[in-house]
Each structure stands twice: as C-alpha cells, then as structure tokens.
Design a protein around this ligand. Structure first.
Ligand code: PLP
Length: 363
C-alpha cells in the first residue's frame, strides 16, 4: 500500500504523465464547462469533435505527418491491426496476397502468424536463432519481388530490441510502433503504415493508432470488416462505430504535454539520457547483464538479467519496497525489464540505478 505515486516500470498499460492525470481528474465531472464529463458526451457533438480534431492535429504536428497520410483512431489494439493490415494491403501484391516479415521477437512472430490467415506471410529474415536478441542485417533480408509490403516491429517490447534507424525498402514499410511511437524522431515518408496500441507511450488501452499513406487506401479484401477497412474509416473520421472517446481525449492531453516538453526531439534526448543511465549501470556491473546486441538495445524497454537467477525474487521484492514497481521480465524470457517510456521521469531511472548498485553491493 502506498500513499504516494510509485515509479511504475510496467510495459503497458504503463505510467502516464502526472500532469495529464491531474488534469483528467480535475475535468472528470465537468469538462469544458459542459457540466458533464468527456465520457458522457456524444462523439458526434461539436465539443467532442473539436477534441478529436485537435488530437489529430497535435499528433500530425508532433510527428510531422504530411497530408498525404491519413491518421485513424481505432479500436482492437495492435493485435487487431495484425489482421487489418493484410486485409487492407495484401491485395496490392501482384501474384496473390503476400507480405514479407522481419521477425525480431514475439510481436512480429504474432503478426506473421495472423497475416498467414489472409495470404502468404513470408519470413524474409528472423533473429530467432539468437533468441531474438539482435536484428538481422538488412543485407541478408530475403525480400520477395511480389510482396505487397514489408512488416517490421520498430521496438520489440518483450525482448527490448529496437531498430535504431528506419530501414529503407522498395515496398511500403509497415511498422508496429506500439512501444516506441513518439519516443524518437522519424521521417514519416519512410513508412507506408505505422500502427500501434496507445497504452505505452500515448494513453489508456483501448485506442489504437494507424497512420497510413493515402495511396494505400481502398484496396481492402471484400471480407474486411467495415470497422477495419481503413479507407472507410478515413472517409468517416474514424467514426464508423463509436470511437474510444475517453482514450482519444486522454491521448490529446498527452500530445499537449509532449508539446510542452519540447516535442519528440526533446523526448528523444531524454530517452537517450535515461536509457544510457541504465545500460551504463548494467555494463559496469558484474551482477547484471544485457543479452541484446549493443546496436539494437531498446531505449524504451531495458531488459537485463541477474547472473545469479536465484536472486531474482529478492531483487524484485526489494525494488517494490522502494516503490520501483513492475520490473520483472516477460514470462517468456525471464529476467528483468524496465520499461522507461516518455512519461517515466529521469528521477525514476536514477532511483532504479541507485537500487541496482545498492543491491549489488549487498551481494
Ligand atoms: C510491440 C507490440 N505489438 C503489439 C502488442 C499488442 O498490442 P495490443 O494488446 O494493443 O493488441 C504489444 C503489446 O504489448 C506490443 O508491445
């Protein structure tokens, strides 16, 4: 039991900026002087439409998204989009539905498996042999001539493996950006589609974001459910069904917060500083190790292991006593994982590093 906020290193749903939560709390009962909360108003009414438009405009500004891309606020999470993507894009392949996958962890594995229900999911490269601790060199990717697109995950949340540069490919690049959207500067023109769930770097679970180049719209398979047909959603302001209004409102508050922090470039500098603190601590320790190749270590999900695994429980329990929560690694890989998204203050990372040093001294 805590009577204060803790440092929450959860991978998602994840910590949100305190300022944003305070504003949301203050507006819960009476939003914009309407005498009602934002959750209680019509999604088609003027006040909510203004909130929606502003959130889209702020996201466009933060990520420098040109008009040639549509921004959709949908539901179904990244897992839902794993099905929507092949349904929307695979028909663009010239010899029958097909896409290339660069498998760098469990999320791209899942994406390929889901896509295989709709067409050929060709594994053009995989780092499975290294236990998903690396990214295959692009020169070794076996890309197909007849694939509609190339699918990557820009940051594998479980393994802590992140592309440091957006790969340039001839086909539209489709990227699952669930866990590193808005954490580093990208040139949107390098992507055909960006997609992800909001519950890591943006807001509450329930909102998913799709940014899609407009020329890729309008090719969906006839079986595509209406709500996952991106062209239809784009024509209808993402409102073919009732959108996740509270998630959109909260995402909008996070976008304003990001703008006040100096935007994505400023966040990127902070994320470099925060992740360096942790990796420096790991690299200079004889108790902790990172298994991920140095050239693709994630700035968002820092995974590490104790050389003596019998100390794992004591390490996690000791951290929790200090209010350093949710540092246990994903069950499929074990070890530890500190998720340090945009909203994790540097003070949280410093507190964790201090604790790691203290724990090691006590061993
Ligand atoms: C990179 C990545 N992709 C996909 C997912 C699944 O997202 P959702 O639960 O929103 O469908 C996650 C969730 O943790 C993730 O980290």
């Amino acid at each position: 039991m805590f009577d204060r906020r803790v440092f929450n290193f959860a991978p998602g749903p994840a910590t949100l900026p305190e300022e944003v939560l305070k504003q949301a709390a203050a507006e819960m009962l009476n939003w914009n002087g309407l005498g009602m909360g934002v959750m209680e108003v019509s999604h088609r009414g003027k006040p909510f439409m203004a909130c929606y438009e502003e959130a889209i405009a702020d996201l466009r500004e933060l990520m420098n998204i040109p008009d040639s891309y549509a921004v959709l606020f949908l539901q179904g999470g990244a897992i839902g989009e794993n099905a929507a993507i092949p349904m929307n894009l695979m028909p663009l392949a010239k010899n029958g539905p097909k896409a290339d996958f660069i498998v760098t962890g469990i999320w791209t594995e899942k994406s390929a498996k889901e896509a295989a229900k709709y067409g050929q999911a060709h594994i053009a490269a995989t780092s499975a042999a290294t236990g998903f601790n690396s990214i295959p060199d692009q020169k070794d990717w076996q890309l197909s001539d007849d694939a509609a697109y190339v699918h990557i995950c820009s940051n594998e949340t479980v393994g802590g493996v992140e592309f440091q540069n957006v790969p340039k490919v001839a086909k539209p690049l489709v990227a699952d950006v669930s866990s590193n959207i808005l954490s580093r500067v990208w040139d949107i023109n390098d992507f055909g589609v960006l997609f992800g769930g909001a519950q890591k770097n943006i807001g509450p679970a329930g909102l998913s974001i799709v940014v899609v180049r407009k020329d890729l719209l309008g090719h969906a398979m006839p079986i595509t459910p209406m709500v996952w047909d991106w062209a239809k959603q784009a024509e209808n302001d993402s409102m073919l069904n009732t959108p996740p209004t509270y998630g959109i409102y909260l995402a909008g508050l996070v976008f304003k917060w990001l703008k006040r922090q100096g935007g994505v470039a400023a966040m990127e500098q902070q994320n470099i500083a925060k992740s360096n603190l942790l990796y420096d601590c790991i690299d200079s320790s004889s108790l902790f190790t990172s298994k991920v190749d140095k050239n693709c270590r994630s700035r968002m999900n820092v995974t590490f292991y104790l050389n003596d695994e019998s100390l794992n429980d004591a390490f996690v329990e000791g951290a929790a006593k200090l209010g350093l929560m949710n540092i246990k690694g994903h069950k499929s890989v074990g070890g530890m994982r500190a998720s340090i998204y945009n909203a994790m203050p540097i003070a949280g990372v410093k507190a964790l590093v201090e604790y790691m040093k203290e724990f090691e001294r006590g061993c």
